[in-house]
Design a protein around this ligand. Structure first.
Ligand code: ADP
Ligand code: MG
Length: 357
């Protein structure tokens, strides 16, 4: 089922939680709403579900205006951040719950309910736990049961509000991959809310970046990561070095270094600009490789999985530059702490104007 959000605005006592949000989700897509805490993600999800009404704007599900229709009549499935399983019911009864409370005309038979619950528990790989109670399961297992429960009523839309954020990093990563595979199998139109950019990048077909109740950018993970529309998105999507300075011929003057822009976004008459560059976009070499090279010293070396993280000290910059290079490259460079290096910032994106994050 496709979802169309049209000009949705929501205010709480004068505070604008959602400011004219418009968004389309295609049938079968998995879309991530990504943004910092308090930006309006849960508010939007609750409005789509029908748990809340917007002050203005509308929600269309499969081209039907469903604004104001309550959640129970909308056929949406929900999974929340905090485990919402019934503590006094075992796993089987938790998953069966939504089917058993249906009015008798639409309630499936006992056998049909059993078959559906067993099918769903197999789908989420929890069939071994039918008789267990939530307190006997790990956090990740509980969230998988919660997902089975949400799917029991055959929802046309699945809404997931930070379902993994209370779990530790390793489990979170496993569940994220597992959910992606599950979605590829069942293809329910899904909206996944998260404040974790890695989770959004890895999981979603499309990412919608939200800030202060507005959409900053939407696109495929690759698009938003490689071509951030503005400084907020650039900063929010991953580690980044930011250099502020005056603009001179479209370059940013920091100390007495001119940072060339690989790409420039914004108006040209601006006086100030910010150069953004991700740690892995920084070039490091033992010898001068171009006229824009900056001389620096290696202040710190950190092992980061397959990469080496470097902290580089440079005269004229008020903070160290963070760089990341593959281990292989690092070995070949044969450098150590305190050594002099030549740093290239040519792949920076320059945002002009006084925008400050
Ligand atoms: P997120 O899920 O992105 O963290 P929320 O949608 O929960 O953000 O909240 C967005 C903003 O709206 C926050 O500033 C929050 O304090 C405010 N807000 C949310 N719900 C209510 C409410 N029921 N009453 C008053 N303010 C609210
Ligand atoms: Mg929230």
């Amino acid at each position: 089922m496709s979802i169309e959000i049209k000009h949705v605005t929501k205010r709480y006592a004068g505070y604008t939680a959602l400011d004219n949000i418009s968004l389309n989700v295609d049938t079968g897509d998995l879309v991530a709403l990504l943004g910092p805490s308090g930006c309006g993600k849960t508010t939007l999800l609750r409005i789509i579900a029908g748990l809340d009404t917007p002050d203005s704007g509308s929600i269309f599900l499969e081209e039907r205006d469903t604004t104001g229709i309550p959640a129970r009549e909308k056929n949406v499935g929900f999974v929340f951040q905090h485990y919402a399983l019934f503590r006094h019911l075992n796993v089987f009864d938790n998953v069966a719950f939504g089917l058993r409370v249906r009015p008798s005309q639409t309630r499936p038979s006992k056998n049909e309910i059993r078959d559906r619950v067993v099918y769903l528990l197999k789908l989420v790989q929890m069939e071994w736990a039918v008789k267990r109670y939530p307190s006997q399961l790990s956090g990740g297992q509980r969230q998988r049961v919660a997902l089975a429960r949400a799917l029991a009523v055959n929802p046309k839309v699945l809404l997931l509000d930070e379902p993994f954020s209370a779990l530790d990093a390793k489990v979170r990563q496993e569940l994220r991959r597992w959910l992606r595979k599950l979605h590829d199998d069942i293809h329910v139109t899904s909206i996944f809310v998260t404040h974790d950019q890695e989770e959004a990048l890895e999981l979603a077909d499309r990412i919608v970046v939200i800030n202060k109740g507005r959409i900053e950018q939407q696109g495929s993970p690759q698009e938003v990561y490689d071509h951030p529309a503005n400084a907020f998105v650039y900063n929010f999507l991953g580690n980044v070095n930011v250099f502020h300075g005056r603009l001179r011929d479209g370059k940013v003057l920091v100390g007495d270094h001119l940072i060339e822009a690989g790409k420039r976004i914004g108006h040209h008459e601006a006086e100030h600009g910010q150069a953004f560059i991700r740690p892995h976009e920084i070039g490091i070499s033992r010898i001068r490789s171009g006229k824009n090279d900056i001389v620096g010293f290696i202040r710190d070396i950190r092992l980061m999985g397959g990469q080496i993280g470097l902290e580089l000290e440079t005269a004229g910059f008020d903070k160290p530059i963070e760089a990341e290079i593959p281990r292989e490259t690092w070995r070949n460079l044969e450098l150590s702490r305190g050594d002099e290096v030549f740093i290239t910032l040519d792949r920076a994106t320059v945002f002009t104007g006084d925008y400050v994050i």
